[in-house]
Design a protein around this ligand. Structure first.
Ligand SMILES: [Zn+2]
Ligand SMILES: [Zn+2]
Length: 439
């Protein structure tokens, strides 16, 4: 099997490439990335056993960007347990539609991914029905209850690439310390959802001007930053690799920035919704603006954008959190936290950050492919280096489209971006040399 992607703008920051080139894929592997001219033609020498080997498919990529497959390191696939909201099949189909070749899935399933048997189930389902690669993240604590450590060694042996109790914080600093000590033995990141519950409990949106005006209970930015600061201190003390989930508050950004200057092994992600929206979006009481951490103030948004641009925040992750329509149709106070993100992420990022002149295309590829691969320790990912598995995303930075529920592959449609006019879209997703989705 031989595929040529011809004449696209190859953006591959790891290999220092940004220019018009051809990408040749053979038998699922990147064979060459070069100025081309030859790749689309049959080979001159006859392969063993017969006539000249024809190229099976030539993809004309003029006007398109060709980059290493995008990786979303924070999604909720809901299976096992909540297949009415999402399955591994539907969630990875949504990933492929969004231009993602791989996703890391959080352990807050039912049962939670706190044992090898659940990890193995996820990987088997992904191998059978997954459109994109799936990298499971195991639980920090048994049952995600925050009391006893999960069998971290067993989880890693089964294929987990990191540990998190996401959906819930690890409130005990002592337990978090021990989790970090274990994680260093396996060189995996600890990926906390930072939330000090005594500060956040009862809140449904950001605590600020808007929450006061519309009469909803607020969650202050420091509910996040207090635990971010604690976990940075614990990471500094234990030497663990800390990766902070869905950073939302300016106070957290400040703590992260200072920690990086001190040389703490800390990385962080930010979601498209925290980059594109503020607390103002909650005024209409649309429950698709309810997530945890909440949409924050304009000053927080500005701090997040600045930190993403200067590399203090390492990557963009969606926190794709599917919920059924019935769940989200409740009153704002009662609706569950969470929004979907896989199918709108690239469009929102290109519209707001590329066309909005916050990030260059190379920086976007860095933050959506290279950095997540590096943080999760995914060898051969985030690169188009010859010899690596051909996970490739094609995107059109100029294509205009409208985000519509009916076009989404996810079982849930709880996106805050429905109806948004976006500029920039994924065009094709290739996983291991196989086209898994094309526009
Ligand atoms: Zn979370
Ligand atoms: Zn999450």
């Amino acid at each position: 099997m031989r595929i040529v992607i011809r004449g696209g703008r190859v953006v591959d920051p790891v290999n220092g490439l940004d220019g018009l080139m051809d990408v040749l894929i053979e038998d699922g592997v990147i064979r060459s990335v070069d100025l081309g001219g030859n790749a689309g033609k049959p080979r001159r020498s006859a392969p063993p056993g017969g006539g000249p080997e024809e190229t099976d498919r030539v993809i004309e990529a003029k006007g398109l960007v060709v980059c290493p497959g995008l990786i979303d390191m924070h999604v909720h696939l809901r299976e096992p347990g909540r297949e009415d909201a999402e399955t591994i099949a539907s969630g990875t189909a949504a990933a492929a539609r969004g231009g993602f070749t791989g996703v890391a899935c959080m352990p807050n399933t039912e049962p939670p991914n706190d044992s090898a048997s659940v990890t193995e189930f996820i990987l088997e389902e992904a191998a059978k029905h997954g459109a994109a690669r799936v990298y499971p993240i195991g639980a920090i604590s048994k049952g995600r209850k925050g009391q006893e450590l999960a069998e971290i060694g067993e989880l890693v042996a089964a294929g987990c690439v990191g540990i998190s109790d996401d959906g819930s914080p690890v409130s005990s600093a002592g337990l978090m310390r021990r989790a970090m000590e274990y994680a260093t033995m396996f060189d995996i990141p600890v990926i906390p959802h930072c939330e000090e519950l005594s500060l956040s409990q009862g809140g449904v949106m950001h605590e600020g001007l808007v929450s006061t005006q519309i009469g909803l209970q607020g969650i202050p930015g420091i509910a996040e930053a207090v635990e971010v600061t604690r976990d940075i201190l614990l990471a500094e003390f234990t030497g663990a690799r800390l990766h902070l989930c869905h950073l939302s508050a300016a106070e957290s950004v400040r703590a992260l920035r200072e920690a990086k200057v001190r040389g703490v092994k800390v990385t962080a992600e930010v979601t498209p919704h925290h980059l594109a929206l503020t607390e103002d979006a909650v005024r209409g009481f649309n429950t698709n603006t309810k997530m945890n951490p909440p949409l924050r103030a304009a000053e927080d948004q500005a701090a997040l954008r600045e930190a993403l641009a200067d590399g203090t925040i390492d990557c963009i992750a969606t926190d794709h959190a599917p919920h059924t329509l019935a769940e989200k149709e409740q009153e704002y106070d009662y609706a569950p936290f969470g929004v979907t993100g896989l199918e709108t992420c690239l469009g929102v990022v290109l519209t707001e950050l590329y066309h909005g002149k916050v990030l260059t295309l190379a920086q976007i590829v860095e933050r959506m492919s290279v950095a997540p691969a590096r943080i999760l320790g995914l060898k051969g990912k985030g690169t188009l280096a010859p010899g690596t598995e051909a996970d490739v995303t094609l995107l059109n930075p100029e294509r205009e489209w409208v985000a519509e529920a009916k076009a989404m592959a996810s079982r849930s449609k709880n996106s805050p971006f429905l109806g948004w006019k976006l500029k920039g879209a994924p065009v094709m997703t290739i996983v291991g040399g196989k086209v898994v989705w094309e526009a």
